[in-house]
Design a protein around this ligand. Structure first.
Ligand code: ZN
Length: 250
């Protein structure tokens, strides 16, 4: 059997058979991998200690028939989960799930790998404010969807291709972007979005996370942006990503 080494960030694990775990890792070289960690549910397993979520580890892996098997894990970095405030920890878990659901096994994408590290690092600062949580969620979700080919079209009507005037503008999840009021009236669904939310999503798509974290949005804009982010993510991944409950937006 062949073996290989890779560096990855641990996204989640679940019990597998009697004493094993199935571990989902996003690796730099191979993208998402689901692998078995043998005996890692036994209390004293050293392997288990090195395979906690939000840990970056160097892994030694043996190829298996159904799943590859992790034989050794060396911790490279560990995001300080225990010091996080709970909502930050929940959001890290939600984002891990979104990445697991949005990506496919063995599709390498270093941008996604780096995005996950950036999001976890941003969430592991001591006191995470509500505004910061929302901004990190927008950044993580819109960047991820853009890397996977679902970036939003925010500069012209996705139906008639005309520029967007002031007035009624909607976001269509189906079309993956904005629709003018006239096209909406003629052909279908969408969610009304305010000019401020449109500006904010454009900003998220174009700027770095440090720049975004300096933006102060009114709470109504913030919540609307989070609702559009969450609904588009749910629509695209065909599941409830549960971002709204973590960010306490109704
Ligand atoms: Zn139009």
């Amino acid at each position: 059997m062949g073996s290989y080494s890779t560096q990855g960030i641990l996204l989640k694990h679940q019990p597998y058979r009697e004493a094993d775990r199935l571990v989902t890792v996003f690796t730099k070289e191979f993208g998402r991998l689901t692998m078995i960690a043998r005996g890692s549910r036994k209390v004293l397993s050293k392997l288990a200690g090195n395979l906690q979520p939000f840990t970056v580890a160097d892994l030694t892996v043996v190829r298996g028939r159904t799943f590859d098997i992790i034989t050794a894990a060396e911790v490279v970095a560990q995001f300080r989960v225990s010091s996080w405030k709970l909502p930050a920890l929940y959001l890290a878990g939600r984002f891990s799930d979104i990445v697991c659901n949005a990506t496919k096994d063995r599709q390498r994408d270093v941008r996604v790998y780096e995005l996950v590290l950036e999001v976890f690092a941003a969430l592991s600062v001591p006191a995470v404010s509500v505004g910061r949580l929302h901004a990190i969620a927008w950044y993580g979700v819109w960047r991820l969807l853009t890397y996977l080919g679902y970036g939003p079209h925010m500069h012209a009507c996705t139906a008639c291709k005309r520029g967007l005037e002031e007035g009624r503008i909607l976001f269509s999840y189906q079309r993956g972007g904005l629709v003018c009021g006239q096209c909406h009236a003629e052909r279908g669904t969408g969610r009304m979005v305010s000019a401020n939310t449109i500006k904010l999503i454009r900003f998220v798509c174009r700027h770095t996370l440090p720049a975004l974290l300096k933006v102060r949005a009114a709470s109504t804009t913030r919540n609307e942006c989070t609702v559009v982010t969450s609904e588009y993510c749910n629509y695209t991944l065909e599941r409830d990503c549960k971002l709204l409950s973590v960010l306490r937006v109704r």
